[in-house]
Design a protein around this ligand. Structure first.
Ligand SMILES: CC(=O)c1sc(CCOP(=O)(O)OP(=O)(O)O)c(C)[n+]1Cc1cnc(C)nc1N
Ligand SMILES: [Mg+2]
Length: 614
C-alpha cells in the first residue's frame, strides 16, 4: 500500500501523480473501513480527500498552517499526518478525536467542532506571523455550510480590509448536514460551471485545439473575460478578496497546479472548489444527509440503521401536532433539521419552518422578531450550539420577556463527538438570566405537556432533553402538568435524590426498593419547587445532574436552601471542573460519578449505604 509509505506530508511530495491518485483511493477505503466500525463523519471526509492531498502536497505542514473548519472533514488529513496507525481509534475513548485537535497533533492548526471559526483563527495567525516577522502560509478550508455562519462572514470582511497574505479554500458541496441554505449558496450554484458544462468545455477545448489553436485561444480568452465579468459582482470582490474558481475539487492534478500558482500570490485569495459530498462511495453520494454522520455499518452492504425512537423525534412529533393546534407556532433551526427531529415538521408546515443556516445567533434573534409580532417561535437547538447565541437569549429575548421556547436537544454528555459537542453548560449559562424558565422532562409525555404549556407561559422557556432514546408517547395525547412543581416518584425515610432528565433513571436504579431513599423528578430547574424543597429539607438531599457541577442544578438548590434559611445535609453530583473527551456516554457518566454507582457511593458517604450495598 502507498499509505504504508506515508508517515508525514513530506512523503507526499515524493509520490508521482499516479501514486497520489492511488493513495486517494486507499485513503477512501480506510475512511470507509474505520467509519463503518466506529461511526463518524463519512461523507464530509470522503468529499475532501483530493483537496487534503493536494494541500499537503503543495504546502508544508506543520510549518504552514492548514485549518479545517468544523474539522469533521479531516480524516484524510489525520491519515497523512502521522496518525494512520491510530486511525482505528477514531472517536473511541482514549482514541483520536473526530475533529482536528491542537493537542492531538502539530499538524492540527485549530481545535474545531463548532463551525465558522477557521477564518477568524486564520486572521489571528497571519497577524501573529507578520508581527513576528515569520514566513509561512496560512490556509483555511471552510465548507459552504460553515460559510453561512456569521463569524465566517464577519472575518471575511476584516480579512479583505487588512489584505494579509492567506488562502481560503471554500469546499462547496452544496450541503451542510441538510441541503445548504442562503443567498450565497444560490449564488455559488449560478457561479458553478455545472459538471456537464465543464465536461462539454473540456470536449470543446480538445476539438477546437485540434482544429484551430488560434480560434481556441480567442474562445478561451472570451470565456475568461465572460467569467471575469460574471465575477465582477462576486461578493468576494466586495470583500476585497481575490476569488478564483470554481474548480473541480476532485481533480488532484488540477488542484496541485492551481495551489502552486496561488501559493505565490500576496494578499487574501479564496479558491472555490466544487466537491461531491460522499465522493467515491455510492450510498454516501446518493444520500449525503444520512451518510453525513452514520453510526457503524457493514461496508460491504451499507444500509441505514435505525437509531430507535429518540428525544429529537419525540420533539419533532410533538411540535408537528402542536402546529395544527396553534397557528402562530413557528419553528426555527440553525442547520440541524435532521438532528433536531424536524424533517416531518418541515414537510407538514413549510410555511412555519426556517433553517437559518449555521448561525444560532440569527436563529434566536429571528425568533425574537417573530415573537415581537405575535408569533409563538420555538428555537430547536443543541445545548452546545446555543452557546453561540447567549447574548441573543439575554438581549433580544429575555429582557423583554418574549414568548420564545428553546427546545434544547443534546443536553448533557453526548458521547463520540466529545468536548466540543457535550451540552453541559446550559443550566449554568441560562439560569442566571432573569425571566427565563428552565425545565427538563422525564419522558416524551412530559415533553409534550411542557411544550404545550410553555407556549402559554408568555415568557421565554428552555426545555432541555438528552441525546438518547425515549419511549414514544401516543399521538394526540396532551397531558396537563403542574407548572413549576416537582414530582415524588418514590418515598424515602432518610434521604431523597433530586434528579431530572437522564439522571432520573440512574437515581431510580440506585434507590432500588430501599425504603430509606426517595426519588424526586426535579423537572423544573428555574424556578425551583421551593415548597417541596422546604418539605424535603428534613431529609438528607442528593442532587444529580448531567451537567457541570459548578453553576448547575445542585448550585441552585444550595442557593435556595440558603435563602430559605434551611441547612439539611446536601451533596451535589455533577460533572467535575474539566472537559470530557469523546467516549461512550455510559462510560463518561461513570467517570463523572453521576450514574447509579456514583449515586450509591455518594449516599453511602452520607451514611445511607443501600441495602444491597451492605
Ligand atoms: C460536525 C458538526 O457538528 C456539524 S457539520 C455541519 C455542516 C457543515 O457543513 P459544511 O458545508 O461546512 O461541511 P460539509 O459537511 O463538508 O458539507 C453542521 C451544521 N454541524 C453542526 C454544527 C452546528 N452549529 C455549529 C456552530 N457548529 C456545528 N458543527
Ligand atoms: Mg458543505
Amino acid at each position: 500500500m502507498i499509505l504504508d509509505k506515508v508517515n508525514s506530508p513530506e512523503d507526499l511530495k515524493r509520490l508521482s501523480l499516479e501514486e497520489l491518485l492511488l493513495l486517494a483511493e486507499e485513503i477512501r477505503s480506510e475512511i470507509i473501513r474505520v467509519t463503518a466500525q466506529n461511526g463518524g463523519h463519512l461523507a464530509s471526509s470522503l468529499g475532501a480527500v483530493e483537496l487534503v492531498l493536494a494541500l499537503h502536497r503543495v504546502f508544508d505542514s506543520p510549518r504552514d498552517r492548514i485549518l479545517f473548519d468544523v474539522g469533521h472533514q479531516a480524516y484524510a488529513h489525520k491519515l497523512v499526518t502521522g496518525r494512520k496507525d491510530r486511525f482505528h481509534t477514531l472517536r473511541k475513548e482514549g482514541g483520536i478525536s473526530g475533529f482536528t485537535k491542537v493537542s492531538e497533533s502539530p499538524h492540527d492548526a485549530i481545535t474545531a467542532g463548532h463551525a465558522s471559526t477557521s477564518l477568524a483563527n486564520a486572521l489571528g495567525m497571519v497577524l501573529a506571523r507578520d508581527l513576528m516577522g515569520e514566513d509561512y502560509h496560512v490556509v483555511a478550508v471552510i465548507g459552504d455550510g460553515a460559510l453561512t455562519g456569521g463569524m465566517a462572514l464577519a472575518a471575511l470582511n476584516k480579512i479583505g480590509e487588512l489584505q494579509k497574505r492567506m488562502l481560503i479554500v471554500l469546499n462547496d458541496n452544496e450541503m451542510s448536514i441538510s441541503e445548504n441554505v442562503g443567498a450565497l449558496n444560490k449564488y455559488f450554484k449560478e457561479l458553478q460551471i455545472r459538471k456537464w458544462v465543464q465536461d462539454a468545455e473540456k470536449l470543446g477545448k480538445n476539438i477546437l485545439e485540434r482544429i484551430s489553436p488560434q480560434l481556441f485561444g480567442l474562445v478561451d480568452r472570451a470565456k475568461e473575460a465572460a467569467k471575469f465579468l460574471l465575477h465582477q459582482e462576486n461578493p468576494f470582490y466586495a470583500w476585497g478578496i481575490r476569488y478564483v474558481g470554481p474548480v473541480d475539487g476532485h481533480d488532484l492534478k488540477g488542484l496541485v497546479h492551481i495551489l502552486e500558482h496561488l501559493k505565490a500570490l500576496d494578499g487574501p485569495t479564496l479558491l472555490h472548489v466544487v466537491t461531491k459530498k460522499g465522493k467515491g462511495y455510492k450510498v454516501a453520494e446518493a444520500d449525503p444527509i444520512y451518510w453525513h454522520g452514520p453510526p457503524g455499518f457493514d461496508p460491504k452492504k451499507p444500509e441505514k440503521v435505525s437509531k430507535g425512537y429518540t428525544w429529537s423525534q419525540a420533539f419533532g412529533d410533538a411540535v408537528t401536532e402542536l402546529a395544527h393546534m396553534e397557528p402562530r407556532l413557528f419553528v426555527l433551526t440553525p442547520a440541524m433539521r435532521e438532528g433536531s427531529g424536524l424533517v416531518r415538521y418541515s414537510l407538514e408546515h413549510p410555511e412555519r419552518y426556517l433553517d437559518v443556516g449555521i448561525c444560532e445567533d440569527v436563529a434566536v434573534t429571528t425568533a425574537a422578531g417573530l415573537a415581537l409580532r405575535g408569533m409563538k417561535p420555538i428555537v430547536a437547538i443543541y445545548s452546545t450550539f446555543l452557546q453561540r447565541a447567549y447574548d441573543q437569549v439575554i438581549h433580544d429575548v429575555a429582557i423583554e420577556n418574549l414568548p420564545v421556547v428553546f427546545a434544547i436537544d443534546r443536553a448533557g454528555i453526548v458521547g463520540a463527538d466529545g468536548a466540543t459537542h457535550h451540552g453541559v453548560f446550559d443550566i449554568a449559562y441560562l439560569r442566571t438570566v432573569p425571566n427565563l424558565q428552565i425545565a427538563a422532562p422525564k419522558d416524551a409525555l412530559e415533553l409534550r405537556a411542557m411544550l404545550k404549556k410553555a407556549l402559554e407561559v408568555g415568557g421565554p422557556v428552555a426545555i432541555r432533553y438528552p441525546r438518547d432514546n425515549v419511549e414514544r408517547a401516543p399521538e394526540g395525547v396532551w397531558p396537563e402538568i403542574a407548572w413549576g412543581k416537582w414530582e415524588v416518584l418514590k418515598e424515602g425515610t432518610e434521604a431523597y435524590i433530586l434528579a431530572f432528565g437522564k439522571t432520573l433513571r440512574y437515581a431510580l436504579e440506585a434507590a432500588g426498593d430501599d425504603p430509606r431513599v426517595g426519588v424526586v423528578n426535579a423537572r423544573f430547574l428555574k424556578p425551583l419547587d421551593r415548597e417541596m424543597l422546604r418539605e424535603l429539607s428534613r431529609y438528607k438531599l442528593l442532587t444529580v445532574e448531567d451537567h457541570q457541577k459548578m453553576g448547575g442544578f445542585g448550585s441552585a438548590v444550595l442557593e435556595a436552601l440558603n435563602e430559605m434559611g434551611l441547612k439539611p445535609e446536601v451533596q451535589i453530583l455533577g460533572l467535575p471542573d474539566r472537559f470530557f473527551e469523546h467516549g461512550a456516554i455510559p462510560s463518561l457518566h461513570r467517570q463523572a460519578g453521576i450514574d447509579a454507582e456514583g449515586i450509591r457511593k455518594a449516599l453511602a458517604a452520607m451514611g445511607v449505604a443501600l441495602v444491597h450495598e451492605r
